[in-house]
Design a binder for this molecule. Structure first.
Ligand code: GLC
Length: 424
């Protein structure tokens, strides 16, 4: 009896000890991320198995959809040494600007690095420090309504000039039939980082360079860039709603997914959402690469993408690193791709049969993303945000009829020269 009691006691003790050890080690992490599309739902589904396996928990702190607004907030928190946020979801362009506030993940992710596209790892490496681990990459598509083009006997456009005509023709014909809410083309015209992405595509695809070239040369003031902006400035109020000048990704998707646009420029996340059961365009659309323009023959897609970075002020760094590794790894990336049609950064997932069957855009978009044009965040380093803000303002002014493309780009060139002169 005594013997039984003491062994019972000792196993009870062991149990209590194990429990307290696991509670002691269980971290409660806070993760910040913008909430675009079904991002929150996807995140909850992704972290659940990790929480169960590790005993840690993660609270998602949702942020505004705009990457520009997120950046402003994160920069303030990090500058203040905020210890409340452990993991930041970071835009591909932020690495050089926030590098000092995040820990180096090179060693802790050494086994994962070879699984990813080297160019993406490089985009997150600043002076040999791996600032963040990639969770998905981004390269936009031209979404188009197959049914409407067929109905009105119109081609899938291969140039911006042709898109302008086709959008107009289909819009006019549909409206004449009583479809009053239809618009030709929706995109991201708000004054924020998204407009930098869209306008870089117009300019680059017209042969007008990439704002600031990889060697630091300011190239934005040139005839092809002016021609690209001149054409885009004809869209608001004709083939695009006047409100497009306030649209971000989600506003364009809203118009598109309710069936009120013939064309949309957006990232791949809109593909799975557009095919969801509550979408008015389910099964009615396809995607193609963005058009070329101005007689130039190569189209351009801006390189986007998101990563996870661990704050150097986090008090739970070990658990935070483990979470970052998990989210960047093959299992989580596969699930994310299946749920959200985000482009993986793990090379082998482009040959994954489940992904190809469920999200056919993914294997089709491998080359688009591999040839995507980076924004000039590497050459302009800590000044990138200012460069981009000046660029999107010049573009937004032009689109709003506030100054001509030629005048606005000339002014922008001077402003960028000043910024460069003060060091970037
Ligand atoms: C997407 C891209 C990101 C870009 C943003 C602009 O989220 O992945 O890189 O900055 O769009 O709105």
């Amino acid at each position: 009896m005594k013997l039984i009691r003491s062994s019972l006691l000792s196993s009870l003790m062991a149990c209590i000890l194990a429990m307290s050890v696991s509670t002691l080690n269980a971290a409660e992490l806070r993760y910040v991320s913008g909430a675009v599309g079904n991002a929150i739902e996807v995140f909850q589904a992704l972290v659940k198995p990790w929480e169960e396996a590790t005993g840690h928990s993660v609270t998602l702190v949702p942020m505004p959809a705009s990457t520009t607004d997120q950046f402003g907030q994160y920069r303030l928190w990090l500058a203040a040494g905020n210890a409340d946020i452990d993991v930041y979801q970071t835009d591909v362009i932020w690495a050089p600007q926030l590098a000092e506030q995040f820990i180096d993940l090179k060693e802790s992710a050494a086994d994962l690095i070879p699984l990813h596209f080297p160019s993406i790892i490089e985009s997150q490496t600043v002076e040999d420090k791996l600032v963040a681990l990639p969770i998905f990459t981004d390269a936009p598509a031209l979404y188009y309504r197959k049914d409407l083009l067929e109905k009105h006997n119109q081609p899938v456009p291969s140039t911006w000039e042709q898109l302008t005509e086709v959008a107009r023709a289909v819009q006019d014909a549909e409206r004449a039939e009583g479809n009053e809410d239809i618009w030709g083309f929706v995109w991201q015209g708000n004054a924020y980082e998204g407009l930098t992405c869209d306008a870089l595509e117009w300019i680059k695809s017209f042969g007008g360079g990439q704002i600031v070239e990889p060697d630091g040369t300011i190239s934005v003031n040139n005839p092809q860039a002016i021609a690209a902006l001149d054409l885009a400035a004809t869209w608001p109020g004709t083939i695009s709603p006047p409100g497009v000048l306030a649209y971000q990704e989600e506003e364009s998707r809203g118009v598109w997914q309710t069936g009120n646009a013939v064309f949309m420029r957006n990232w791949p996340y809109a593909y799975s959402l557009g095919n969801s059961d509550d979408s008015a365009v389910k099964g009615l659309f396809d995607v193609t690469t963005l058009p070329t323009g101005g007689g130039h023959d190569t189209s351009a897609a801006t390189l986007g993408g998101w990563n996870v970075a661990v704050s150097k002020y986090s008090k739970n760094q070990e658990a935070a690193i483990d979470l970052a590794r998990y989210l960047a790894g093959p299992e989580a990336q596969k699930l994310r791709t299946l749920m959200a049609s985000n482009l993986p950064t793990i090379i082998s997932l482009y040959d994954d049969a489940d992904i190809a069957a469920n999200q056919p855009i993914i294997p089709r978009w491998k080359d688009v993303f591999l040839q995507a044009v980076p924004r000039p965040s590497a050459p302009t380093k800590v000044k990138y945000n200012e460069v981009s803000a000046k660029f999107w303002s010049a573009v937004h002014n032009t689109l709003s009829g506030d100054g001509s493309a030629a005048d606005n780009l000339e002014l922008l060139e001077l402003e960028l020269q000043d910024l460069k002169g003060s060091g970037w």
